[in-house]
Design a protein around this ligand. Structure first.
Ligand code: DGP
Length: 111
């Protein structure tokens, strides 16, 4: 998609701090990290949010979560996954992404 920030990062048109890539998924560090490990995991195919996600993409994202969690050293200690959707979900970039947060004891909260 022409005007999508994350599509540009995936294409290498905007620098992103890549941590993982395969044929379906791209992952990079959040520009404004909320935890010592804060990785954004996105499908290469543009889709606005989780409501547009097909089963194959969902499986690819889930596989990537495991790979990245182990790679980042948080698989044992634990981590949080968040995917904001729409205005009430405070989604600010309209390309589906999953936040993977960890590397410290996260606080208890609604989600
Ligand atoms: P959300 O609010 O759930 O839509 O999360 C969007 C995230 O994207 C937010 O945590 C900050 C991150 N972000 C925004 N612009 C950039 C960028 O140019 N580079 C990187 N690496 N992350 C970005």
């Amino acid at each position: 998609m022409n005007d999508c920030l994350f599509c540009k990062i995936i294409a290498g048109e905007i620098p992103g701090n890549k941590v993982y890539e395969n044929d379906r998924v791209f992952a990079f560090r959040d520009i404004n990290p909320q935890a010592p490990t804060h990785v954004l995991i996105v499908p290469k195919k543009h889709m606005a949010n989780i409501l547009e996600c097909d089963a194959e993409t969902a499986a690819a994202l889930t596989d990537a979560v495991g790979v990245i969690a182990r790679q980042e050293g948080v698989a044992e200690s634990g981590f949080r996954l968040v995917s904001n959707c729409g205005p009430h979900g405070c989604q600010s970039v309209h390309h589906l992404h999953v936040h993977l947060l960890g590397g410290e004891q996260l606080t208890e909260r609604m989600a």
